[in-house]
Design a protein around this ligand. Structure first.
Ligand SMILES: Nc1ncnc2c1ncn2[C@@H]1O[C@H](COP(=O)(O)OP(=O)(O)O)[C@@H](O)[C@H]1O
Ligand SMILES: CC(=O)N[C@@H](CCC(=O)OP(=O)(O)O)C(=O)O
Length: 285
């Protein structure tokens, strides 16, 4: 690694101070999508940003997806992935695999990486401490749930002790008889609202919200939530962006100060957003 002169390092830290001060003691919820977990190097960059923020006293909560990893595992056991309106149709066998992959593989991998980077992670599934309670969404999606209640106490306890909560998007049924598969964007949004987060960041595999998502230069930097219905009508927001943007709007309406959709493929994009005036990606306010 290229060494930076100590004077330069000191200068960089001093310049970062006013930005950091805004966030010390505040909660930031980061949704880390499976499509943004492209390789180990990029994952390490995300993890280091999270550890650094935690070390300087920002209360960071990581909510992760893992859609591509679930699909890969389903393929290995000979099951096809079926999506309806962007949500995975989840029969009982698929639900077992969703839980194994999200709560086992992806969650523990992120916790290990946090620890390797000098942080202290605690993995939680949305069923732990009754964090998320859900009801069945509809018959077509099978075991996919809508979160109807959030009990954030377990996350607050973990934060209080200085750990970094790493949350997977599984919810307990309200009657506790079964668990549900929850889209990770929805789970993160609900948690950001319940925790009164200052900021909610969604890391994905595009630069942000684009006027034309095939054109990398058409990034929309700022969106007022009142502009969203118009953008939907124009067809600017489509596919996987529809639920994502709905999450952003709901989070702002429910009191989260700013919400950002940004590119998890850019190394250290979290720090770039937090430590600069210009920021990165699309900010909703
Ligand atoms: N206006 C838009 N700007 C950016 N992406 C868009 C837009 N409209 C649709 N999309 C699609 O939304 C996708 C991101 O949503 P999704 O695949 O669900 O992300 P994730 O897996 O990170 O949750 C992009 O890869 C892109 O194909
Ligand atoms: C109901 C539903 O679709 N659940 C998602 C949960 C994981 C997820 O959302 O992961 P990404 O953020 O990586 O897409 C799924 O089964 O794929």
């Amino acid at each position: 690694m290229k060494q930076i002169d100590a004077k330069v390092k000191a200068q960089i830290l001093v310049e970062a101070l006013p930005y950091i001060q805004q966030y010390v003691g505040k909660i930031i919820v980061i949704k880390y999508g499976g499509n943004a977990m492209i390789n180990e190097e990029l994952k390490e960059a995300v993890i280091k940003d999270v550890v650094l923020l935690n070390l300087i006293g920002v209360r960071v909560v990581l909510v992760h997806g893992g859609g591509p990893e679930i699909s890969e595992m389903l393929e290995k056991v000979g099951k096809e992935s079926v999506f309806l309106n962007g949500l995975r149709c989840t029969d009982d066998e698929t639900m077992d695999i969703v839980q194994m992959v999200l709560c086992g593989k992806v969650n523990k991998n992120l916790v290990s990486m946090l620890q390797k980077a000098g942080g202290r992670g605690v993995g939680l599934a949305g069923v732990d401490g009754n964090l998320f309670e859900a009801v069945r969404r509809d018959e077509e999606h099978g075991n996919v749930g809508n979160i109807v209640d959030v009990h954030p106490e377990i996350v607050l306890d973990v934060l209080e002790k200085g750990y970094i909560p790493v949350v997977s998007s599984i919810a307990a049924g309200v009657d506790q008889t079964m668990n549900y598969n929850i889209n990770a964007d929805f789970a993160a949004e609900k948690l950001a609202i319940a925790l009164h987060a200052k900021k909610f960041i969604l890391l994905t595999d595009v630069k942000g919200l684009m006027r034309d998502f095939r054109d990398e230069d058409s990034l929309i930097r700022e969106v007022k939530v009142s502009q969203v219905p118009g953008l939907m009508k124009e067809g600017v927001i489509s596919g996987g962006m529809i639920p994502k943007v709905q999450c952003c709007v709901e989070a702002i309406r429910q009191g989260v100060e700013t919400v950002n959709i940004q590119d998890g493929r850019i190394p250290h994009s979290i720090l770039i957003e937090i430590l600069s005036n210009e920021g990165i990606g699309t900010v909703f306010y």
